[in-house]
Design a protein around this ligand. Structure first.
Ligand code: SF4
Length: 213
């Protein structure tokens, strides 16, 4: 796949985006990224506003709230028990100064440090650092992983991330992250990808797509 050509066509499709997490409190961005796993952005927004309604927006509030209250707020986002446990862990870590510490570190070190926290994987760390610390990193979420595989860029997180970062200049990576997610939702969907109307159809190897999908 010619990634440069694909990205330049996506630039015509998605010239710009409204801010997603930019300007938000770093802790809440992290909370939002955790909640957004395996759910839609509408469900993430619903769960976040339920946390806000209950005043559960700071590390100390999350740490002192009963587990069941957090679980109840997170219900619309699914996997609410596991996500509530992760929020407790990251709240404890933030209360211990972990969040401030990683924001003062170089990006690669910050990524390593974040990944030591239970519940924070490389995708969460990468997306967080891209949005909050302006790190020139492409966080490979589920949409980008699928697109990367279909484009033949690799089969795992790191190979797809590296293939994209090789072709996309640092200052365009945050935009590219958003563009690829939007493209994955609108065209390169998990089930029934819209290859017939896709603007990249003539250059895409379409790897691993079953004919019936
Ligand atoms: S042609 Fe199909 S598989 Fe390739 S990018 Fe477009 S929607 Fe995805």
């Amino acid at each position: 796949m010619n990634v440069k050509e694909a990205i330049s066509r996506l630039a015509a499709l998605y010239p710009d985006f409204q801010p997603w997490w930019e300007g938000e409190d770093p802790f809440l961005v992290l909370v939002g990224i955790v909640i957004s796993q395996n759910t839609s952005s509408a469900s993430t927004r619903r769960a976040l506003s339920r946390l806000r309604e209950r005043g559960l927006t700071s590390p100390s509030a999350i740490l002192s709230a009963p587990q069941e209250e957090i679980e109840d707020a997170l219900r619309p986002a699914g996997l609410y028990r596991a996500k509530a446990r992760i929020l407790k862990d990251i709240a404890r870590w933030a209360m211990d100064g972990g969040l401030e510490r990683v924001l003062s570190l170089p990006h690669a070190r910050a990524r390593e440090e974040m990944m030591k926290v239970r519940g924070i994987g490389r995708k969460t760390a990468d997306v967080f650092l891209a949005f909050v610390a302006s790190a020139p990193i492409i966080g490979v979420d589920t949409h980008i992983m699928r697109i990367g595989r279909r484009w033949g860029l690799g089969t795992d997180y790191e190979s797809i991330k590296e293939a994209l970062e090789r072709e996309i200049p640092p200052e365009r990576r945050l935009w590219a992250h958003k563009a690829l997610i939007s493209f994955g939702r609108e065209y390169c969907r998990a089930r029934r990808p819209r290859c017939d109307v896709c603007p990249l159809s003539d250059i895409c190897p379409k790897r691993g797509i079953q004919p019936e999908l």
